[in-house]
Design a binder for this molecule. Structure first.
Ligand SMILES: [Zn+2]
Length: 132
């Protein structure tokens, strides 16, 4: 996964309300929901591959908040071929969304759980039972 185009970066920031999806600050970086491949893939990320995060939260997705990032769809497992299928939780809004191109569609918690389960199965359930 290489750097996003300027258009994709701007569309993702616009979609996410120009705030860090995790903590709400307005200084943004482009979080790659799918890990950037070793040696750098030639694939240019699409808007559903990206999320607006501040530099601190972006770095945290590979570290201190990694478990939360997976649970909330800010990051997806490397083998997930279509990140559109993994819902995203925006804690500032206390809402789950389905990413759809450059748009996001608010969904119920139930739908989010169904989407997550269809991708991750028991692993998704375990992540969400832990905080239920
Ligand atoms: Zn943040």
């Amino acid at each position: 996964m290489s750097a996003p185009t300027t258009a994709t970066r701007n569309a993702v920031y616009q979609r996410d309300g120009r705030r860090c999806a995790a903590c709400g600050v307005m200084a943004l970086t482009f979080q790659h929901r799918r890990a950037v491949g070793m040696g750098g893939s030639k694939n240019v990320p699409s808007p559903v591959d990206g999320l607006s995060l501040c530099a601190t939260c972006n770095a945290g997705c590979e570290g201190v908040i990694q478990a939360q990032a997976l649970r909330f769809g800010w990051k997806v497992r490397r083998w997930v071929t279509n990140p559109e299928r993994v819902p995203v939780f925006y804690p500032r809004e206390m809402s789950w969304y389905r990413l759809e191109g450059v748009r996001r569609v608010r969904i119920t918690h139930t739908v989010a759980m169904e989407m997550g389960c269809s991708v991750y199965g028991a692993e998704w359930l375990a992540w969400h039972e832990a905080i239920a």
